[in-house]
Design a protein around this ligand. Structure first.
Ligand code: SAH
Length: 469
């Protein structure tokens, strides 16, 4: 069984593993299985990696379906990289996520855990994203059936949708996406129809030619709608006709921008979006705090559950109005601002200078006067002089990216030894690794997972650490 290209037949899938993979045991060996299978399925697996104690492979045939499966609600299920867990009832998704958090904290972190309340599920399991980005491509991803149907002639087709995972130039044409409220689909489909009717060229990323590149939509809980159309170069007459048609057809667009991107990559970070209609930004609310979001700003993608996450964070911080709170990896300052009324003062630190500029603006707009924000790498900024200048932390809130915290930062946190640390994480595996290091001085007091992304395997988890002595 250590050979490569082995196909295991009739394998009963028994559990979920991390990163959306499932798990089976064959002759005492753990087998990780990719390909959208769920516990209860019986499948054939082609092994990629095959080690002594474990193997990894892809399900190539499903022999029988798990009785726990439900019908997916989306016509694009199976090809789209989006809502890959639709075949699981939501309650079961939540159970698997909760289990995942416990497993990581115990197996990677080797931590003694308090009693854990169940993961906070979302009331809204569809249409929960405030932001989506679609890509135009002249290379639609076609299924084998579609190619066979077309016969000799390779069907050339445009697409406006999502990249197919791992295929850099192929885009799946998306007609109805369930991730965002209307008018998201109406906007997308209106632009596609107009572009097709007027033969406006969809971008070809390999050849680096074409005109229409990306479409970024923000549908806010405040009702505001922002559209940013990214094109390769200026074609004034075509652009104005398209954007005017969009405004005339779709009611409710509050801000319409376009961005010219002549670069090889799709990032608009270093480009200047231009306002065609409206004020050029939208506003989101978390409780009664308002956040201004421009075409390049970062904001939690699920406003509803973002608010839930921040409430847990504020609650864990246990503030009384006097504390000095550090908000590490603060992005646009939203956590710091959210806790500011209960804190003495808030110090936010974030790598991206534009995000810090937004944080300052957000604080001012919400009349938050006890917060200061600093741009730079947390490792460079958090030195002794900085803590001496801004005061010893009573509470440190840290919300690192998926890779977790740098070892230098965990070392610094141990040295600084704030009485409480609230660790917000979008990757419980790296969180568990970091908590194991912090366990030298801290105990895990509370754990609360929050489901920000229904129908995906992503998990957000908040942990409260209390200094031991
Ligand atoms: N707390 C914010 C954002 C969290 S996302 C919120 O709730 O909205 C993580 C953030 O960490 C990103 O904004 C990223 O730019 C920032 N970041 C990544 N590496 C960093 C580093 N080494 N130093 C400071 N900030 C960093």
């Amino acid at each position: 069984m250590r050979k490569k290209n082995v196909v295991l037949e009739n394998v009963p899938v028994t559990a979920y593993a991390a990163e959306g993979k499932a798990l089976a045991r064959v002759d005492g060996k753990v087998v990780f299985i990719e390909g959208g299978v769920v516990p209860g399925d019986v499948v054939d697996v082609r092994l990629g990696k095959n080690k002594k104690d474990w193997a990894e492979g892809k399900a190539i045939k499903i022999r029988s379906l798990s009785p726990q499966r439900v019908d997916p609600f989306c016509q694009h299920f199976g090809l789209c990289g989006g809502c890959k867990w639709q075949m699981l009832p939501y309650e079961l998704q939540l159970q698997y996520k909760q289990q995942q958090v416990t497993d990581h904290l115990q197996r990677i972190g080797h931590l003694a855990l308090p009693e854990m309340p169940p993961i906070l599920g979302a009331a809204k399991t569809r249409h929960y994203r405030n932001k989506l980005e679609f890509t135009f491509s002249n290379k639609a991803y076609l299924t084998n059936e579609e190619i066979a149907e077309a016969g000799e002639q390779w069907p050339k087709r445009n697409a406006l949708g999502f990249h197919i995972p791992r295929l850099f130039d192929k885009v799946l044409d998306i007609r109805t996406c369930h991730l965002q409220e209307e008018p998201a689909n109406l906007i997308k489909n209106t632009i596609r129809s107009w572009a097709e009717a007027h033969q406006l060229p969809f971008y070809d990323i390999r050849q680096q030619e074409g005109w229409l590149r990306n479409l970024v939509l923000r549908i806010c809980t405040t009702g505001e709608v922002m559209v940013n159309l990214v094109i390769h170069h200026e074609l004034k007459a075509e652009r104005e006709a398209l954007l005017n048609h969009l405004l005339a057809t779709v009611p409710g667009i509050t801000t319409l921008l376009y961005t010219i991107n002549p670069k090889k990559n799709d990032s608009i970070f270093d480009l200047e979006p231009k306002v065609f209609f409206g004020k050029g930004y939208v506003e989101e609310k978390l409780e009664d705090f308002t956040f201004k979001i421009g075409p390049k700003s970062f904001f939690q993608t699920n406003t509803y559950q973002g608010e839930a996450l921040y409430r847990v964070t504020r609650d864990f911080a246990g503030l009384t109005g006097k504390e000095t709170v550090y908000d590490l990896y603060c992005g646009t300052g939203s956590i710091g601002i959210f806790v500011s009324r209960q804190a003495g003062k808030v110090i936010g630190i974030e790598l991206i200078p534009e995000a810090i500029a937004d944080a300052k603006e957000n604080a001012a707009a919400n009349n938050v006067e006890n917060a200061a924000f600093f741009a730079g790498d947390v490792i460079d900024i958090c030195d002794d002089a900085f803590f001496a200048e801004h005061g010893a932390p009573d509470v440190i809130i840290t919300d690192p990216p998926r890779a977790g915290m740098h070892e230098k930062l965990t070392a610094k946190l141990l040295e600084v030894a704030a009485p409480r640390v609230v660790y917000v994480s979008c990757n419980p595996a790296t969180q568990a690794r970091d908590l194991a290091l912090l366990a030298e001085k801290y105990t895990v007091e509370k754990v609360q997972a929050v489901d920000m992304f229904p129908h995906t395997h992503h998990i957000e988890n908040v942990v409260l650490l209390q200094r031991k002595y």
